[in-house]
Design a protein around this ligand. Structure first.
Ligand SMILES: *[C@@H]1O[C@H](CO)[C@@H](O)[C@H](O)[C@H]1NC(C)=O
Ligand SMILES: *[C@@H]1O[C@H](CO)[C@@H](O)[C@H](O)[C@H]1NC(C)=O
Length: 360
């Protein structure tokens, strides 16, 4: 209430301040870190400071301040075609304490590029338009929340999309790259994609934080065969939602697909861009979990990367600007055609026999 009043009276002031927050963010980055110039990448101390801006991110109440400027030019023709031909329903797993802190910033940034956007929570919220699922709140209930989210989607929105993407409220997704990856594939094939981990589930499972995308057939099998049968798909004892989803889908013959690009670079990432780009010691969990042989540095990530995780609210707006507005003059590569459709029988066969090429 109070926030609403303040925003009505002080809107022009807040708009200006919001602009300063972002402007300040960039000027700080440039002033105080030589690394930015040498590597062309943010350094650690800059990244620590990103959190400071999250204290101000509430001020971004007027979407116009940070509305990305995408014009309806010929350059965007293919993206517009993809939007209509490869429809993606995005659903974001969130909770009441994160509605205003995190989820709303998904809605104002990448979420608006989904064909449909649903926030799965345990409370309704007028601004977020979240869905109140019939489950208890809390980390231990994330798997039940995911199960009920799937049921809600199947019952209410199954015809609204060709593919179904699950994301967290701190995941950032480049929707156009997701669509162009899915475009050659057939959603009637039992398959799902994400950042594939090799632990716990024989065929591997997809990281929940990096987001995973399920075909129509995968959703159908989950709801018709896995969801109702607790032998195939448990619902009694919590567990992490991504691992449980991996087991249930494997049990109903949904293949854990390979979403790497032609250079064997990943597209879905369980950390932020800096976490993958900047070489670090390889002792962290990521290197023990990742299914395929993987590099760090610039070879970490596809030029058509789809998702990153652990993205702070303020950084979502920064990424929106870097990805959709900032252009290096004269070097922008234009895409001229959509990729050819693929034979799913062959691909599924290949992915089914896919062995982790990363030694345990
Ligand atoms: C549940 O799945 C198990 C294992 O496939 C099967 O044996 C059982 O008949 C199923 N139960 C029902 C009610 O369909
Ligand atoms: C999940 O839901 C089922 C069915 O409603 C319930 O029996 C079970 O206790 C719940 N699990 C947890 C961990 O709350």
């Amino acid at each position: 209430m109070l926030r609403q009043n303040i925003s009505n009276h002080l809107r022009p002031f807040l708009m200006l301040l919001g602009g300063f927050v972002i402007g300040f963010c960039f000027s700080q980055q440039l002033r105080s870190s030589n690394c930015v110039f040498r590597l062309g990448l943010p350094n650690a101390s800059y990244l620590d400071r990103v959190e400071e801006y999250d204290d101000h991110v509430e001020l971004i109440q007027n979407e116009e301040i940070l509305q990305t400027r995408i014009s309806n030019t010929d350059e965007n023709r293919l993206a517009a075609q993809l939007y209509n031909e490869t429809r993606v329903l995005c659903w974001v797993l969130t909770s009441p304490i994160n509605h205003a802190k995190k989820a709303i910033h998904v809605k104002k940034t990448w979420g608006k590029r989904c064909n449909r956007l649903l926030f799965m929570s345990t409370e309704t919220d007028d601004e977020l338009e979240s869905i109140k699922l019939p489950v208890k709140e809390g980390r231990g209930n994330l798997w039940n929340k995911t199960r009920e989210a799937m049921k809600y989607i199947y019952d209410n929105h199954f015809d609204d999309a060709d593919w179904f993407l699950k994301a967290d409220d701190d995941t950032y997704v480049i929707m156009e790259n997701l669509r162009v990856f899915l475009y050659p594939l057939d959603t009637n094939a039992p398959v799902y994609f994400g950042c594939k981990f090799k632990k716990w589930v024989r065929q591997g499972y997809m990281s929940g934080g990096a987001g995973y995308v399920m075909s129509k057939e995968a959703v159908k099998r989950f709801m018709n065969t896995a969801y109702p049968n607790t032998t195939i798909c448990q619902n009694g004892h919590g567990g992490s939602e991504d691992k449980e989803m991996g087991k249930c889908l494997q049990n109903v013959g949904v293949v854990a697909g390979d979403s790497r690009d032609e250079h064997k670079r990943g597209r879905f990432f369980p950390s932020g861009p800096q976490g993958h780009l900047i070489p670090k010691d390889k002792s962290s969990w990521y290197w023990r979990y990742i299914y395929y042989k993987t590099e760090d540095g610039l070879d970490c990530c596809s030029d058509y990367a789809i998702s990153f995780h652990y993205v702070q609210p303020s950084y979502m707006y920064v990424l929106d600007y870097l990805i959709y507005n900032l252009r290096p003059f004269g070097v922008f590569r234009q895409n001229t055609a959509l990729p050819a459709k693929r034979n799913m029988t062959e691909l599924l066969e290949q992915w089914r026999n896919d062995k982790s090429d990363n030694p345990v």
